[in-house]
Every structure is written in C-alpha cells, then in structure tokens.
Write a protein that binds this ligand. Structure first.
Ligand code: S3P
Length: 430
C-alpha cells in the first residue's frame, strides 16, 4: 500500500521518459532475423522488456545488457541460431512478448511452450492461434483459448487475412510467421493499429510493403544486417505526466524525444479536443516520427470517443477516464471492449476507482461514461496488479481532495519502474 498526497502547487515539468515499450520489444526481437552484433540504446526499463530479453536468452541468444538497464548488445547468427529451450518460455506479464514470440516460434523446427504470470495466462490467445493455424502452425492452447501455448514444428504458408480486431500484437504475430512462410502473406486492417513491426522491419531491410490498410510480407530470403537503434521515449509513459499537468490548473509539462506516430498519439489528440493546449513538434521521421510534446493546462470539457479513435489510445483510456472526472460535462468511451482483455479488466478497474473517489461513472460492456464537475476525493485505490491502472489513478490522486492510498503500486514497474520516484519528487521540484 502506498500513500499519495495531493500536489497543491502548479506543476512546471520538463522531462524525458524511458524508451518506448512496444518499440523496445521489437528492436530486441527482430535481431533474430539478423547476423552480427546489434546495439540498442534507450531501451524501455520495465519488467516487460526484461521478459523479452529473458525469452531470447532462453532461446540461446547472447545478450549483453548494460548495468544502467537501458542498452543492450545482441549477438545473433540468425533464425537458425535459435535453439530448443530447456524449459517453458516465461513471458511474465507481457502480452507483446507472448504474442510476437508465438508468431516467431510457429515457424521454428523445434518444440517450445510459452507461459506467463496469472494475468497473462488469462488473456485471449485464440486471436493469434487461429490465423497462425490457418498458416499451418501447430499451436495447442488451453481449452479457453489461453496460455500456456505449446508450439510444435510446422511448415507455414502465406495467407490473406482480414483482421477481426484492431491489434498490433496479432498483426505482428502474423508478420513474424509470414517472414518464415512459403509464399506471401497479406494482412488487411479495418482500423490501423500501431505500425512499428511493419515500419521497423521494412527499415531493417525485410520485404514488407505497406499500402494504406494492407500489409504485404514476402518470406525472408536472406538474413538482415545487424543494426544500431535508438529507441524513442514512450508516449504512453509520457501521457501520465501530460495528464497530471492537464488536471492541475496553471501547470505545464514538456516531454522531450518521444515517439509520435499517428497510431500512438490518440491520447494527445483527445487531450487537445478536451480543451488542453497541446503543442507537438516533430523533429525526426526517419523510421517513424519522434519529437517533443508540450501540454498546458486549460479548462477541460467532456468528449465522446469510439470505434476508430480507440486503437490510437488503447493504453491511455484509463487516463481519459481520469481526465473526464476533472472535466466539465460527460466523457463517454464506447466500442472499447478490448479494455476488458488487458493486464486486468480495465473497464471494471476504472469504474471501481472513480466510484471510490466519489465520481459518477456508468459501466458499459464496451466502455464507460464519466460525469465531471465534482472534485474527486482522495480514496483507497486499487491497481488490480495492472501498471497502467496504478499510474493513471496515481495521477487522479495527485489532484484529488485529500490523501489516497494505492493497493499494489509496484505494478507500475511493468512499464515504468521510475514512476513513483518521479511522482514523489514532483511537489518538491515544481
Ligand atoms: C502493443 C499493442 C497493444 C497495446 C499493448 C502493446 C504492442 O495491444 O495495448 O500495450 O506492442 O503491439 P493490442 O495490439 O493487443 O491492442
């Protein structure tokens, strides 16, 4: 349990955040398609990234990890250098590790089993098992369609697949299998989810074409060259500080060098639509855009978000609920049932915590409606073991009337181990 005291003076924050979690996973994982030594700097520092490193090591990859925890040298001899693991591959809490690894391992000539913690073992895996099986993969999940996933060697063939859910993890699993398949693979997206996999692989030299919502993957004929890669800051981690400034009158927050692709910055678009001043400065677009964001607090007003809006801010919707509690009018989020399948049931967790703070919120199967206008009260909050819930409600507590307590605050370390230390210093630094 952790105490959270309200921060009473305006914030004037200027900070950088650790490397983007999604991009860090991929920068590490795609070295399996290369030959030589790749160097990755400014990696995400969270436990999920450690899960990807652990699994790659279990598969025989040599990874030298710097003691400050944010750069790595990976020695790869290519896909054929991966070896049969001695035990189950432990993906911890990381859905990205499990789903991307499943696509990668589906085409390998050895058996493997992917497992993880209780939360990960309750998350839906049919969404990857079905398309991978239609490529010829042999994957055995539990009857409920959950992990552990037992993968046996199989010959893969390319498919033409229309995505039933907007999910970058599913899309990426198919792409990684497609690189090892016979014939080309087409993926058609109804709503475009984050494009890191296809953009990074294309940049690293794979034959991957992106035309609007259609991605075409040719099987990899040669190994790719090892690369040096600097991961941009994580816009999802930055969002906590942006939201903290937005709900604290008179505050500003500048975050430097974060990833800024359209598919990732939906939260900042929503923040601006709610009335905050959001200035985005793109400084470099060599693979995907990166640059700075400045948020200045202004009065906030409720908005409605649904369908197409959702994938671009899927991880930030708990924060949108928090902003809604501090906004005038109602904030409605619909067609976001995916939130129920994240590290916890996030719709439930959002409603539980905002109700504890005295806020009027209606729970829907696919979203929620929050009524703002009453000051949130300090309360006993619960992270439900979910990093994004822990941090979103720590932000809510910062601007609340009276102190709060957070059950299981350590969950934040899944993506942002530095979070609580920064929050503890805020009152003093600003
Ligand atoms: C991620 C994709 C998203 C996101 C997750 C990371 C990724 O999940 O919620 O935190 O790295 O591809 P889905 O693609 O399943 O929506």
């Amino acid at each position: 349990m952790r105490q959270i005291a309200p921060v009473t003076s305006p914030l004037n924050l200027s900070l950088s955040v650790p490397g983007d979690k999604s991009i860090s996973h991929r920068a590490l994982l795609f070295t399996v398609f290369t030959e030589g030594v790749s160097k990755i700097r400014h990696l995400g520092t969270g436990a999920d990234i450690q899960s990807t490193i652990r699994v790659l090591r279990q598969l025989g990859m040599k990874i030298d990890y710097s003691s400050d925890g944010n750069s790595a040298e990976i020695h790869s001899t290519g896909l054929d250098g991966l070896s049969h693991p001695d035990s189950d591959l432990d993906c911890g809490n990381s859905g990205t590790t499990m789903r991307l690894m499943a696509g990668l391992l589906a085409g390998r000539p050895f058996r493997s089993a992917l497992s993880g913690d209780e939360s990960l073992r309750s998350r839906p895996m049919k969404r990857i098992v079905e398309p991978l099986e239609s490529m010829g993969a042999s994957i055995k999940a539990r009857q409920e369609g959950t992990a552990p996933l037992e993968i046996s060697p199989a010959e893969l063939t390319g498919i033409d697949y229309t995505m039933p859910v907007a999910s970058a993890q599913v899309k990426s699993a198919i792409i990684l299998a497609g690189l090892q398949a016979d014939g080309k693979t087409l993926i058609r997206e109804q709503t475009i989810a984050r494009r890191h996999t296809e953009e990074m692989l294309r940049q690293f030299g794979a034959s991957t074409e992106i035309e609007g919502p259609v991605i075409t993957i040719e099987p990899l004929s040669d190994l790719l060259k090892a690369y040096d890669f600097v991961v941009p800051g994580d816009p999802s981690s930055a969002a906590f500080w942006a939201a903290a400034a937005a709900i604290s009158p008179g505050s500003t927050c500048t975050i430097e060098d974060i990833h800024l692709s359209t598919e990732r910055i939906g939260f900042y678009r929503a923040l601006s639509a709610m009335g905050a001043q959001v200035d985005i400065q793109i400084l470099n677009s060599s693979i995907e855009p990166r640059g700075n964001i400045k948020v200045t607090a202004r009065d906030l007003y409720g908005i409605t978000l649904d369908g197409e809006d959702v994938p671009g801010m899927i991880d930030e919707l708990p924060l949108v609920a928090v902003l809604g509690a501090y906004a005038h009018g109602t904030t409605t989020v619909l067609q976001a049932e995916e939130l129920r399948h994240k590290e916890c049931d996030r719709i439930r967790a959002i409603c539980h915590n905002l109700q504890a703070m005295g806020i009027d919120i209606t729970e829907y199967q696919d979203g929620f409606e929050v009524t703002g206008g009453i000051s949130p009260k300090g309360a006993k909050l619960d992270s439900f073991g979910d990093h994004r819930i822990a941090m979103a409600f720590a932000v809510a507590a910062m601007a609340a009337e009276g102190p709060s307590q957070m059950i299981n605050p350590e969950a934040a370390s899944i993506s942002y181990p530095e979070f609580w230390r920064i929050l503890d210093n805020l009152g003093q630094d600003s």
